[in-house]
Design a protein around this ligand. Sequence first.
Ligand SMILES: Nc1ncnc2c1ncn2[C@@H]1O[C@H](COP(=O)(O)OP(=O)(O)OP(=O)(O)O)[C@@H](O)[C@H]1O
Ligand SMILES: [Mg+2]
Length: 472
Amino acid sequence: MMSINQPNILVIDDEASICKGCSLILGEHNYSVSSRTKGKDGLREALAGQYDIVLLDIRLPDIDGMKILASLREKKPQTQVIVMTGYSTVQNAVEAMKGGAFDYLAKPFTEDEIVLAVTKAIEDKRLRDENILLRKQLFERFDFNNIVGEDPAILEIFERIKRVAATDSTVLITGESGTGKELFAGAIHVQSSRAANRYVTLDCSTLSSSLLESELFGHVKGAFTDATHDKKGIFNVANHGTLFLDELSNLNLEIQSKLLRVMESGEYKPVGDSHTVKTDVRIIAATNRDLAKLVAEGSFREDLYYRLNVFPIRIPPLRERKEDIPRLAYHFLRLFCKETGKRIEGFSDDALVLLMNHSWPGNVRQLRNTVERLVIMTDHGFLNRDILTPHIQIDGRSDPSAPNKVPETWEELKSVKKHLLENIFGQMEEKFLVKALTECQGNITHAAQKVGMQRSNFSALLKRHGLSADNL
Ligand SMILES: Nc1ncnc2c1ncn2[C@@H]1O[C@H](COP(=O)(O)OP(=O)(O)OP(=O)(O)O)[C@@H](O)[C@H]1O
Ligand SMILES: [Mg+2]
């Protein structure tokens, strides 16, 4: 029987007793097992069904097991094959491994051996499926179709990215916070010939210098007190791929010089190691600081600056590409409506004017956050100037209620969101109450009538905010 949640296993063996034994043992471990005693029949079933693992006897009377293996590798690459073989055919096992089998079991095998082999194969498959999914997500996120912009400056960046992606050149992306540096960095990777290899991001502003060094270059056991075993560094993990060094102005001079050495020689030494290791990693760096100024001040190495600045890309702040604001606003509106299932028609003209004239110190990220908030606070219709005004005035980096610390976990993020919403909405509610009451000279009945609320609800809200007609 096929099952969605339990891993599905197919046993192909001409000995019915093996089929039965495998079914019993694996069934007890919550796998869903089917079996076939004829090779051809087994192959047909393996190709037609959705099996995670095929346990395959390599010596079958009607068809060569190696042929089944080859056919599965070609047509069902996601299915893991574990080959079963008698003692006399260990040589076949070696061949089978070369032919792409995940593992082999020598008959007779014990219950533990088969369970272990299957568990390993399932785990390996899960990791591979996950990788495929992650790569797909990476491609979607950094696809040009998901990067909005028709301003000439942005179109030129697209053009430059297409050109540089094809090369191995180092790229330096500069721009204010929230302009899209990370997005464009990812776009370079997915358009490059390294796209099938790893894309690793290192945020240089979050780690201490000593951690950064071992993070980048790895360390050997005993390199320092906590180094209980060898650790691979990013230059190893990202080999043949791309390394995105975010906010690299935070690297200290010592690491800067080590970084320059890898970039020039393609070699580095793990911390505590006396041997050099070769690496081939393309570097994309980003910063919102003025590196030339840091060079002048002596906190950034001039030679590294020139090495990084081979191909600079400057992303203009949002206020320098106002024409893109409505496009971006609609892009985010569609995104959040899809996420929440809401049907908000769009922005009114005066709302768009307001958005375009705002200075957006937090750039595209701030616009995105603002639209997200608007979608939360609105259920349908058009977003007009009145709805927008409070959000635009309150928003911004100057907002004291906005925490500067970026949340570490989903839970934290949710709580920050809740906090922010309560805070911002709370401020607005208070202003709303004060305005209504002031305009009605402190008369609660009139104020409630004016704003279209029940008197009881209006006074309850006043109470919640610690307001009364007297203390205005
Ligand atoms: N042109 C664009 N089209 C669509 N989304 C964008 C665009 N530019 C930026 N964004 C979105 O805005 C947000 C901020 O972008 P990103 O993280 O790339 O900025 P950044 O320059 O790296 O900021 P920081 O300096 O703060 O790290 C992200 O959610 C990103 O997806
Ligand atoms: Mg960034």
